[in-house]
Design a protein around this ligand. Structure first.
Ligand SMILES: [Cu+2]
Length: 107
């Protein structure tokens, strides 16, 4: 690498890191008393969804349409999912089918 290229790499590397952290967000969805809150969540591809289970029961976040993920969240546990695909995903809890949510993912 020429000295000029090394200099360029040193200048551009921190800019690259900053733009990644500025774009990707962490979004919390809380499960409390058998309800997903908020029921509808907006995210972008690359964001991390953090499922926070405040109940003493295990829950799942299982996609039924739009994608095929299945996240199991134990009692008082938190699980993460990085959103990979744009689109609207309807999901529910396998153990408590009345628990329903919607994740709207922008590209
Ligand atoms: Cu549940």
């Amino acid at each position: 690498m020429s000295p000029r290229r090394i200099l360029l790499a040193l200048i551009l590397a921190p800019i690259g890191l900053a733009s990644v952290s500025a774009h990707a967000a962490t979004i919390q969805i809380v499960m409390d008393k058998l309800v997903f809150a908020p029921a509808e969540t907006q995210a972008k591809v690359g964001d991390t969804i953090e499922w926070v289970n405040n109940d003493i029961l295990a829950h799942t976040a299982t996609a039924t349409a739009g994608d095929n993920w299945n996240v199991i969240i134990g009692p008082n546990k938190t699980e993460k999912l990085v959103v990979q695909k744009a689109g609207t995903v309807e999901y529910y809890c396998k153990y408590h089918p009345n628990m329903k949510g919607r994740l709207i993912v922008a590209p």
